[in-house]
Design a protein around this ligand. Structure first.
Ligand code: FMN
Length: 332
């Protein structure tokens, strides 16, 4: 048995959170995702301003809050899903304290933390009525995150875009679910409604979907990145720690374009990770493009709402198949 989900994760059109993606997710994408009925999110670090300019994170949160409020007033029958902001909790993120204060002031409903579990970040989320979800790649980190006060977990399994884990989603979800009855999301190559339902069958409450949203009109990605997502499949993804110091999944053609051999990459030292203003390897993400193994399901670049419609239709079909399977098994 699992506990009832917090209110922010209920009443969604689909049991899904659109994951935050460095450089790619901004207000246009988040607003489209929330209006289409799934949780939209962005990394706080995507909101950048030049020295002396007004704070961009503040402007983004104002716009998202106001546009979603206006939508809810105009469409009380299909209100927008809540949104989430991702905080990179790493010593090189020098903006963290400032960003926590801004998010608390805007009463961000869902806080997603990565790369470090810290009680004060969870406390900041709770101070404004929000919930904190922490992403983890194994059971040890999952226990630590809950001990430090996270409300829920995002299990990042093999095949996820960006910084992925090495473990099978079945193994990871099983190990975490054997002791944790709170909100549990599964991340990694969920690109179809069938995969979303499979995540729930395996024990997750919701799926966490990233890479398919790169190939949407609202994503802040160059057109050739979007097209590479459409043209590529699982075989075009390589796992490497070279670019950020942590193991992540990237598009092979983007690595080849940068003049490296994607099949013969060296590995890197984790101490080279840097999320501060001056990243040591600016080429990662900008030129070496991240993506998960699920992109074979992406056939075109379309509006985010149309992608969510596609996944919703497949989810319904998959549910009906399982109901028919259950009925057939009962009759056997
Ligand atoms: C290009 C790219 C950038 C990402 N940037 C972040 C990030 O800044 N913060 C974060 O928590 N996760 C980040 N992720 C990971 C996603 O949150 C999520 O775990 C992943 O996209 C899910 O797997 P999928 O891409 O196969 O759907 C990124 C993923 C991609 C593909």
């Amino acid at each position: 048995m699992t506990r009832p989900l917090p209110k922010a994760l209920t009443g969604l059109r689909l049991p899904a959170v659109a994951s935050p993606m460095f450089l790619i997710s901004g207000p246009d994408l988040v607003i489209a995702q929330c209006k289409a009925g799934i949780v939209g999110s962005f990394p706080a670090l995507n909101a950048r301003e030049a020295d002396g300019d007004p704070i961009m994170l503040d402007a983004w949160l104002k716009r998202i809050t106001e546009e979603l409020d206006a939508w809810n007033q105009a469409h009380p029958d299909r209100p927008a899903a809540p949104f989430a902001v991702n905080q990179i909790v790493h010593r090189s993120n020098t903006r963290l304290e400032r960003d926590l204060e801004i998010c608390a002031r805007w009463k961000v409903p869902i806080w997603i933390t990565s790369l470090g579990a810290r009680p004060e970040v969870n406390e900041a989320a709770h101070s404004c009525g929000g919930i904190a979800l922490h992403d983890v790649i194994n059971n040890t980190y999952a226990r630590k995150a809950i001990d430090k006060g996270a409300d829920g977990l995002i299990a990042v399994a093999a095949g996820a875009g960006g910084h992925a884990g090495p473990q099978s989603p079945f193994a990871l979800i099983h190990e975490i679910r054997s002791w944790f009855d709170g909100p549990l999301l599964l991340s990694g190559a969920i690109s179809t409604g069938g995969a979303l339902l499979a995540a729930q069958a395996a024990g997750a409450d919701l799926g966490y979907i990233g890479s398919p949203f790169i190939a949407t009109q609202e994503a802040n990605a160059p057109d050739d990145y979007k097209q590479m997502i459409v043209d590529s499949g699982a075989e075009d993804i390589v796992t490497s720690s070279l670019f950020t110091g942590v193991s992540g999944n990237y598009l092979k053609p983007s690595i080849a374009r940068a003049g490296l051999d994607p099949d013969a990459l060296a590995s890197a030292d984790p101490s080279s990770m840097n999320f501060g203003a001056g990243r040591s390897k600016p080429k990662a993400w900008k030129e070496i493009w991240g993506a998960g193994q699920g992109i074979g399901a992406v056939q075109d670049v379309r509006p985010a709402a149309a992608l969510i419609d596609r996944i919703a239709g497949e989810y319904q079909d998959a549910l009906e198949r399982m109901v028919a399977l259950a009925a057939a098994r009962k009759g056997e």
